[in-house]
Design a protein around this ligand. Structure first.
Ligand code: UDP
Ligand code: MG
Length: 343
């Protein structure tokens, strides 16, 4: 097995030497090839110098990606994944709250055939009101909306098979949705309790405001997971319902008028419902048009990046043909690195 440990770093100078030691302690005796990819996310506290020093001592194991400014944890993770070469990628925080000693057990799960092993901080050591509680609510919400049932999306310590996470880009606070994305491409996912320690050095970079971002991201993820291929189903569906509402309101008004032809109060133009019917119609029509534009965008999205609308686990090959020929449409992200050929 080839393993890459990806660590985003923002102002964690004191933690870094401890972390590298802990990673060594956890992995040195395993029969695997491994590397560490540290991403310096514009630190201002000497983390970069600490990383340079550590890289000197760990020449063959350590890669340091230095970003030009602070981009945020998710982007730092994305940069790390882009520079990682392992077939298994483990994400880890630099603050020593996650424990590298949990990694070997996670790798066992990967060996058992899982594509994603999600760490779960069963006994979380963060402030309850601003971190643990909102995170619990967010976890419940994410698990309900995405249909991927995990207890702890926010825990960075997770292990992934490379091919389930390299086919998409990470935006905003999205790294917590990697398991949901992996699920949508058919990954086998499991969960494992991991240790969690209070922060000893450095400061936590996030507070309550993160929860709002997470909820907005969840909306995006749900949309992308369910409708990215067929946006017209969402917009067209909503538009049809609005137009139906408009029609029903109109019919009601006309029927009422016919039943009471002499009553001036029943005049169509006197009822606020007429205005409502017209509004519903306009909104419904707009929504359908929006859906058509979104359909164009969906096509641009997939076709400009040669992103197929499906993911292949493997191709079973007929003996008469040359094995290993890449079909024209195959994008590296859509298949396993080398499609396995079975006869
Ligand atoms: N981090 C980062 N860029 C940022 C903020 C944080 O790379 O802009 C890193 C940070 O160094 C740590 C990880 O992301 O390794 C998680 O940060 P933190 O511990 O503050 O978050 P929490 O564990 O409280 O969610
Ligand atoms: Mg932390």
């Amino acid at each position: 097995m080839n393993l890459s440990i990806v660590v985003p770093v923002y102002n964690e100078a004191e933690n870094l030497p401890l972390l590298v030691d802990a990673i060594h302690a956890a992995l040195d005796d395993l029969p695997i090839t491994w590397e560490m990819v540290f991403v310096d996310d514009g630190s201002k506290d000497g983390s970069l110098e600490a990383l340079e020093e550590l890289a000197e001592k760990n020449l063959e194991r350590m890669r340091v990606v230095v970003l030009r400014r602070n981009f945020g944890q998710t982007t730092a993770i994305a940069a790390g994944i882009d520079h990682a070469q392992g077939e298994v990628i483990v994400l880890l925080d630099a603050d020593m709250q996650n424990d590298p000693a949990d990694i070997p057990a996670m790798l066992d799960k990967i060996d058992q055939g899982y594509d994603v092993v999600s760490g779960w901080r069963l006994d979380r050591k963060d402030t309850f009101l601003t971190r643990t509680l909102p995170s619990r609510i967010a976890n419940g919400l994410i698990s309900w909306v995405t249909g991927v049932h995990l207890h702890d999306y926010g825990c960075t310590l997770k292990a992934y098979r490379r091919e389930v996470i390299t086919g998409f880009r990470l935006y905003g606070e999205m790294h917590r949705f990697i398991p949901a994305y992996a699920n949508s491409v058919g990954a086998k996912i499991t969960e494992m309790p991991v240790h969690h320690h209070p922060r000893r050095y450095g400061k936590a970079k996030y507070g309550l405001e993160r929860t709002l971002k997470v909820i907005l991201d969840l909306l995006t993820v749900k949309y992308l997971m369910t409708f990215a291929n067929k946006p017209i189903y969402l917009f067209g569906g909503a538009g049809s319902i609005l137009i139906l509402g408009s029609m029903l309101t109109l019919i009601y008004l006309v029927v009422r008028r016919l039943i009471y032809p002499a009553d001036p109060e029943m005049h169509l133009i006197r009822s606020p419902l007429l205005l409502m019917a017209m509004m519903l119609f306009t909104m419904g029509f707009q929504s359908i048009l929006l859906g058509l534009i979104a359909e164009l965008l969906a096509r641009t999205y997939h076709e400009s990046q040669h992103k197929p609308t499906y993911t292949v686990r493997r191709v079973i090959h007929a003996a008469a043909f040359t094995p290993g020929v890449q079909p024209e449409y195959a994008h590296p992200s859509a298949t396993s690195p080398a499609p396995q050929i079975e006869r």
